[in-house]
Design a protein around this ligand. Structure first.
Ligand code: ADP
Length: 161
C-alpha cells in the first residue's frame, strides 16, 4: 500500500489545500493530512481546531486520515510507513524553500520521495496567511476557504481584537 503525507500548518485549511488533497488521490492508496505542531509558530487556531476543520472538509474522502505530528517529518514518515511527501507549489516564492526542504528530507531519508503539485491558477495566490489578513479587516474571503470556516475566522478576530 502506497501511503503519502501532506504536511502543513492548515491554519486554517483553504480551498488551495483542498485542491491539492483531492488531486493527491491519484498518487497514493492512502493520504495522511498532517497538521504540524510547531512550537516556534503561534497559530490562530489550535491543533485540535485545525484537525477538526480538516476532518469536516474531508469527511467524505475515505482514503484520507487526519493526524498531527511533532518533530522531524521524515521520522514521522518512517514510523508510519509513509513513502511519499506531497507538497503544493504556488509562485516562485514557494520554490526555493520547498526545494531546500525536499533536499534535506532526501538526505535524511533517501527512500522517501517528495512530489510537488502545482497550484491551480484559481488558488495560486491563496495562503492561510493572506486569508487571515483579509478576514481580520472584514475582507471578502468567500471561495477562498470552505464556507463554514468564514464565521470561525470572524469569531477569532472578534476575540483577538
Ligand atoms: P500556508 O502557506 O497556506 O500557510 P501550509 O503551511 O499550510 O500553508 O502549506 C502546506 C502545503 O500546502 C505547502 O506545500 C504549501 O506550499 C501548500 N499550499 C498552501 N496553499 C496552497 C495553494 N493555494 N495551492 C497549492 N498549494 C498550497
Amino acid at each position: 500500500m502506497k501511503i503519502a503525507i501532506y504536511p502543513g500548518s492548515f491554519d486554517p485549511v483553504t480551498n488551495g489545500h483542498l485542491d491539492i488533497i483531492r488531486r493527491a488521490e491519484k498518487l497514493c492508496d492512502k493520504l495522511i493530512v498532517a497538521v504540524a505542531v510547531n512550537s516556534s509558530k503561534e497559530p490562530l487556531f489550535n491543533t485540535e481546531e485545525r484537525i477538526e476543520m480538516l476532518k469536516k472538509c474531508c469527511s467524505n474522502m475515505e482514503w484520507i486520515e487526519i493526524k498531527s505530528f511533532k518533530g522531524l517529518l521524515v521520522n514521522f514518515c518512517k514510523e508510519n510507513g509513509i513513502s511519499i511527501i506531497i507538497r503544493g507549489l504556488r509562485a516562485t516564492a514557494d520554490y526555493e524553500y520547498e526545494y531546500a526542504i525536499s533536499l534535506m528530507n532526501k538526505k535524511l531519508a533517501s527512500d522517501i520521495e517528495t512530489i510537488f503539485l502545482m497550484a491551480d491558477t484559481e488558488y495560486s495566490f491563496v495562503s492561510s496567511r493572506i486569508v487571515k489578513e483579509a478576514a481580520s479587516y472584514h475582507g471578502d474571503i468567500s471561495n477562498l476557504v470552505p464556507d463554514f470556516i468564514i464565521p470561525r475566522l470572524h469569531e477569532k478576530f472578534q476575540t483577538v481584537k
